[in-house]
Design a protein around this ligand. Structure first.
Ligand SMILES: Nc1nc2c(ncn2[C@@H]2O[C@H](COP(=O)(O)OP(=O)(O)OP(=O)(O)O)[C@@H](O)[C@H]2O)c(=O)[nH]1
Ligand SMILES: [Mg+2]
Length: 335
């Protein structure tokens, strides 16, 4: 199951108290202070891993507690440091303080890690308080307590190109033709119920990441269909493709489809509506209604929108589209 939001409670370990003891050896009547320092408490750490793709585990385990440090011991022995607890989350996870909503960390690279609750410090043992005038101090420090806080974690996928379209437009088919991603594909609406990422290879060394999200319909921002909850997963893309089904099997007016999609994106996030994009007419292997193709082509031409006719079935236009995306991403990066 794909879960992109979770709230958890974390607690770092307490610092151990400093020790308070005196040397007691046979034949040494007044031994000096020998209480060691307390151990530091363990931290709560979050780390991003490409092997994790959902926050589902955090729905099952909602409490995370690091170990406390142990107290300092006699004979100047330090207490043991408490073990950290590490929470592994998908890349693209944004961690916020649940109450203040302050951003704690945005984990955008693999293996990136951050301490979200610092362990308490161990206290000094009485051995550290000995001075020339006070050779037998009973003073020792207490360890400082760990922190406890509620965290709000939200996964916002990271991808270069986002696919947007009505249900059945051919989004999942396109990503599965260009990448190794294997989302479900079927001839009914709302086949895809969760976002999928696919790595599109470019030659031997280069690649970009494409995101397929569930289909959008008019009124998505008011909760129609699957709503617009999935749009957050293309919020961080640099380029969008609006996929418009131009085959004879749909009744949607292609120009209206494009308008509705753009409006839905703008209603969700104005900047998303202004993101760089191109329009893609899908399923051109079905030429039953070339009128539809001409309409959308003409509409795009008039508005200087880049348009690509493609067919994932025959691969027509796919190489051109991929090369265009590679080029545009490079330009966007350079800008
Ligand atoms: N003839 C033809 N059919 C296609 C093409 N691309 C997709 N289809 C068909 O169109 C239907 C819908 O394709 P999907 O890729 O599942 O569409 P989607 O946009 O991911 O749909 P949702 O996940 O429901 O939003 C499937 O039956 C596909 O086989 C194409 O290039 N040519
Ligand atoms: Mg799909």
């Amino acid at each position: 199951m794909f879960i992109d939001h979770a709230k958890i409670l974390v607690r770092s370990g307490n610092g151990g108290n400093g020790g308070c003891s005196f040397r007691r050896e046979k034949f040494v009547p007044h031994g000096g202070p020998d209480g060691g320092d307390g151990g530091n408490g363990g931290d709560v750490v979050v780390t991003a891993s490409a092997r994790v793709t959902t926050l589902l585990d955090l729905k099952y385990q909602r409490h995370y507690e690091a170990e406390s440090g142990t107290p300092g011991q006699k004979a100047n022995r330090h207490g043991r440091t408490g073990a950290d607890v590490t929470i592994t989350v998908p890349i693209g996870t944004v961690v916020r303080h649940a109450e203040t909503h302050d951003l704690l960390v945005d984990l955008v690279t693999p293996e990136q890690r951050a301490v979200v609750a610092k362990g308490g410090k161990g206290g000094k043992g009485n051995a550290r308080f000995a001075t020339s005038t006070n050779r037998a101090p009973r003073t020792f420090e207490e360890g400082t307590p760990g922190e406890e806080l509620h965290l709000d974690l939200e996964l916002k996928l990271l991808a270069d190109v986002g696919l947007v379209g009505f249900p059945n437009a051919g989004k999942s088919t396109l990503i599965s033709t260009l990448s190794a991603a294997r989302p479900e594909i079927a001839d009914y609406p709302f086949t895809t119920l969760q976002p999928h990422l696919g790595v599109v290879p470019l030659g031997e060394y280069d690649s970009f990441v494409m995101a397929d999200i569930p289909g959008l319909i008019e009124g998505a921002h008011r909760g129609k269909g699957l709503g617009h909850q999935f749009l957050k997963h293309i919020q961080r893309t640099r380029f969008l493709l609006y996929l418009i089904d131009i085959s004879e099997w749909t009744m949607d007016d292609p120009v209206n489809a494009l308008r509705v999609l753009q409006e839905e994106l703008s209603a969700f996030d104005r900047t998303l509506g202004q993101r760089a994009f191109a329009v893609v007419g899908t399923k051109v292997d079905s030429r039953g209604n070339s009128q539809r193709l001409r309409e959308i082509e003409h509409y795009c031409e008039e508005r200087q929108m880049t348009f690509f006719p493609i067919s994932s079935a025959t691969r027509e236009g796919l190489d051109t589209l991929r090369a265009f995306l590679a080029q545009r991403l490079q330009e966007i990066e350079a800008a």
